[in-house]
Design a binder for this molecule. Structure first.
Ligand SMILES: [Zn+2]
Length: 386
C-alpha cells in the first residue's frame, strides 16, 4: 500500500493579528501611548495592499481563565472593575499599581490588553501545532507583572503566549526583545526555567534598570536570571551598524546554540532615533533587518509590538516589519492613500507639532550606520562568554 504522509499543516502565509479595539480605546490624550499605533500600522498595510481576508486575523479576546495563566485573579478583577467603574478603591489601586506610575484608568483598559493576549494565545496555539509566522503588533506588554501593572503594561502578553506554547508541547522558546527598555517582566517570569531563554537589547541606565548598580542588576550584562537570560544594555546613540553587529555576532549564535522550537520577537519601536522615549538612534530599516535575520533562524515565529511613542515612527516601522516577514517590497515613495493616513495623524508631543515631511511620504527611514563602539564590542564579548 502506498502510504502518503499528509502534508504538514502550516499557517503560511504569515498572519497579521489585530483588532479595532486598538482604534476605539485610548490611554488618554496626555499619555505617551495616547497615539495611534496598531490601527495606523494596520491601515498603512491595507493602503499598501499588504492585508487581505486570507492573512488578517481579527484578534480574539482572552477570557479571565486564560489571563489567569499568569495573572492573579484579584488583579484581573481589579482591572475589569476599573474599566467598568472608571475608578478603584485606593487600596486596591495601590496594591496593583493601577491609576499610578503611568498606568492610567481608562475605558478599554481591560478589553484592550485582554485582546492583545487573545491574539498572542491564538498564535501560540497554532505555532504549537505547526510551522508558521504570526505578527501581533498589539502584543508585547513585556513589563506586566502577575499581580500589578508596570510600565504602561497591564497583562503580559509575551509571558502568557510563551506559557501557552509550553503547555501545548513546545519544549524550547527563545525570546528576543528589541524594545528600548529591558524585558524585565518576561525575564523574571521565566527565571531559572531552562525551557525559555530571554535575550534583551535595551538602553543602559533607562527605566526599569537600576542605574549604576553592581553586578546582577536587573537588565545589566551580569543579570542572567539563573543562566537563562542574556542582557545587552547598550549606550546612548546606538546605531544601525551596532544593532547588526549584536544581532549577527551574539543573537544568532545564541539562537543556534539554544536550538529553540519557537522564537518570540518583541519588536518595540522605541529604540528608533525618531522616538522620544529613548536616546537610541536606530533607523527602522535596521530593526526590519534584525527581525528578518531572526525570522530566518526558525520555522515557527511570533512577532509582537511593544513600546513606541512617536505615532509616525511606530506606524511606519510596524508596517515595514510586516513587509519584512512577507518579503514585500517597501516602496521609496508611499502611495497617496498611505500618505493621507500619516497626514491625518495629530501628535501633541512637541516633536509632533512640526513633523518631518519624510514621516508622511516614506516608510523606510534613512539608514543610520556608524562605528561599532568599544562599549558595544565589550557587551558582545561579555555576552558570548557568559
Ligand atoms: Zn520600551
Amino acid at each position: 500500500m502506498n502510504e502518503k504522509k499528509p502534508a504538514p499543516e502550516t499557517h503560511f502565509p504569515p498572519r497579521f493579528i489585530a483588532s479595532e479595539v486598538y482604534r476605539s480605546t485610548t490611554y488618554g490624550s496626555s499619555h505617551p501611548l495616547g497615539i495611534p499605533r496598531v490601527s495606523l500600522a494596520m491601515d498603512l498595510c491595507r493602503a499598501l495592499g499588504w492585508l487581505n481576508e486570507k492573512n488578517f486575523v481579527d484578534s480574539p479576546r482572552a477570557d479571565k481563565a486564560a489571563l489567569a495563566g499568569f495573572h492573579d485573579a484579584a488583579y484581573i478583577d481589579a482591572i475589569e472593575i476599573a474599566e467598568r467603574d472608571g475608578r478603584l478603591d485606593l487600596d486596591v489601586a495601590q496594591r496593583h499599581h493601577i491609576g499610578i506610575n503611568g498606568n492610567p484608568i481608562f475605558d478599554g483598559m481591560y478589553r484592550r490588553p485582554a485582546t492583545a493576549c487573545g491574539g498572542g494565545l491564538y498564535a501560540a496555539r497554532h505555532l504549537a501545532a505547526a510551522d508558521g509566522i504570526f505578527y501581533s503588533p498589539g502584543g508585547g506588554q513585556h513589563h506586566g507583572r502577575a499581580d500589578h501593572a508596570s510600565g504602561f503594561c497591564y497583562f503580559n502578553e509575551p509571558v502568557l503566549s510563551i506559557r501557552e506554547l509550553l503547555a501545548n508541547g513546545i519544549s524550547r522558546v527563545f525570546y528576543v526583545d528589541f524594545d528600548a527598555h529591558h524585558g524585565d517582566g518576561v525575564q523574571d517570569a521565566f527565571a531559572d526555567d531552562p525551557r525559555v531563554f530571554t535575550l534583551s537589547i535595551h538602553e543602559a541606565g533607562r527605566w526599569p534598570m537600576v542605574r549604576g548598580g553592581g553586578p546582577g542588576d536587573a537588565g545589566g550584562v551580569d543579570d542572567r536570571a539563573g543562566g537563562v537570560a542574556l542582557n545587552m544594555p547598550v549606550p546612548e546613540g546606538f546605531n544601525d551598524s551596532e544593532l547588526e553587529f549584536l544581532t549577527e555576532s551574539v543573537v544568532l549564535p545564541k539562537i543556534i546554540e539554544f536550538a529553540p522550537d519557537v522564537i518570540y520577537v518583541q519588536a518595540g519601536s522605541d529604540a528608533l532615533a525618531d522616538d522620544p522615549q529613548s536616546k537610541l538612534r536606530l533607523s527602522n530599516v535596521a530593526l526590519w533587518r534584525a527581525v528578518g535575520l531572526v525570522a530566518g533562524a526558525t520555522r515557527r515565529l511570533l512577532v509582537s509590538g511593544g513600546g513606541g511613542y512617536n505615532p509616525y515612527a511606530v506606524g511606519r516601522c510596524w508596517s515595514g516589519i510586516w513587509a519584512t516577514l512577507n518579503g514585500f517590497e517597501v516602496p521609496d515613495q508611499l502611495p497617496a492613500k498611505a500618505e493621507a493616513l500619516l497626514r491625518e495623524v495629530n501628535w501633541q508631543h512637541r516633536r509632533g507639532r512640526q513633523p518631518f515631511e519624510h514621516w508622511m511620504t516614506t516608510l523606510a527611514d534613512r539608514p543610520n550606520p556608524g562605528p561599532v563602539r568599544d562599549a558595544v564590542r565589550e557587551i558582545a564579548g561579555k555576552a558570548l562568554t557568559a
